[in-house]
Design a protein around this ligand. Structure first.
Ligand code: KG4
Length: 343
């Protein structure tokens, strides 16, 4: 089976085809929008205008490059239907649905967060019957969530941020340090030159028994530190970047560990754009070494928004979720706040 996956929930257009026989992707193309760099964050209106102006050209260019015959080389289409930005979702869904109608192939709606969550299993060796139950930590531009799952298609949110998402605080602090958008990769690069223990940041609600996160106090604290400097020099950038990653890692590890203990679970899946951070990955691996917990991270290319994770989530549901059906009606379903609990 060959599944075309299309992702447009925010500012990326992701197009990919998953070939289930070969267990590989024919291609996984991600088209970024550079326009947002000058605003230091995604401008929703510009994102949807850019999507509508380009999605057809990107698709045409990609299938030509990989020699795809849309009638013979695609068995079904999977498209992100939420959560995400309204305009961005509408354009991806209209495009994908029209395509599925014209080539007469089944159309599946995919929850963006389920795409992230299952991306950590792509190309990994695991026994599907033994992997459950698991806890997932999704850390991205729009989300910071802990999710408990006993089977594909069945998810319970057990913790989430009460204010900013983790990606938001990284991007806001990066902007304050006059770094490029998105801030995550910049912060990681600069942190390598930082000196440890120059700053000590507060860790909000770390000792609470619940599994929620809060990042806004931490953000304000760091912004206040930066404001005290007349000039943002490299030293400041290096040291803030390092301590920010260190503090965020400690928060994520503590809450993940608490959730594994609370639910008596031995498997942790970590995904989303922020999970591409090598510093955070190393801290997790070091902490969990010898604790009999299996950790899955996605390959770096599947961390930020992409079509491969959408195609893969569709495949996993077709295989293992008996309540999963295509929606071939001509109406468009999108939900900007579609909870992963209601997939
Ligand atoms: O998953 P994603 O592409 O979008 C959402 O679904 O929200 O995540 C984007 C976020 C941005 O905040 C970006 O700064 C962050 O992921 N990010 C990183 C890294 N690469 C991207 N954060 C930390 N380290 C990175 N290497």
């Amino acid at each position: 089976m060959k599944i075309l996956g299309i992702e447009t929930s925010c500012d990326n257009i992701g197009i990919s085809i998953f070939d289930s026989i070969k267990n590989t992707f024919v291609f996984n193309k991600i088209f970024n929008q550079l326009i947002h760099k000058k605003y230091g964050g995604v401008v929703p209106n510009l994102a949807s205008i850019h999507h509508s102006n380009n999605i057809y050209e990107y698709f045409k260019k990609t299938i030509k490059k990989y020699n795809i015959n849309i009638n013979n080389d695609i068995d079904c289409i999977a498209c992100t239907a939420g959560p995400g930005l309204f305009g961005s979702l509408v354009i991806g869904s209209c495009f994908s649905k029209s395509l599925s109608y014209s080539i007469k192939k089944p159309f599946y709606e995919i929850n963006h967060l389920e795409g992230h969550l299952l991306s950590s299993l792509i190309y990994k060796k695991y026994n599907i019957n033994k992997i459950f139950p698991f806890i997932s930590l999704i850390i991205s531009g729009g989300n910071t969530k802990l999710i408990f799952s006993e089977k594909i298609g069945n998810y319970k949110i057990i913790g989430e941020t009460l204010d900013d998402s983790i990606g938001e605080i990284i991007d806001k602090i990066a902007k304050k340090l006059k770094l490029n958008y998105p801030g995550g990769p910049e912060i990681y690069k600069l942190s390598k030159f930082g000196t440890e223990n120059i700053y000590k940041f507060p860790i909000p609600i770390i000792n609470n028994n619940n599994l929620n996160f809060s990042f806004s106090g931490l953000k304000t604290y760091i912004i206040n530190i930066i404001d005290k400097y007349k000039k943002i020099d490299n030293r400041l950038k290096y040291n803030i970047s390092l301590e920010l990653q260190n503090t965020l890692s400690n928060i994520l590890i503590k809450k993940s560990f608490n959730s594994l203990k609370k639910f008596n679970v031995k498997t942790l899946l970590i995904s989303g754009g922020v999970s591409s951070n090598i510093f955070i990955r190393k801290k997790f691996k070091t902490f969990f070494k010898g604790k009999n917990i299996k950790i899955f991270f996605p390959k770096i290319r599947f961390c930020t928004d992409n079509g491969a994770m959408i195609a893969y989530a569709c495949y996993m549901n077709i295989l293992y979720n008996k309540y999963y059906f295509p929606n071939n009606k001509l109406n468009i379903f999108i939900n900007t706040k579609w909870s992963i609990e209601n997939v």
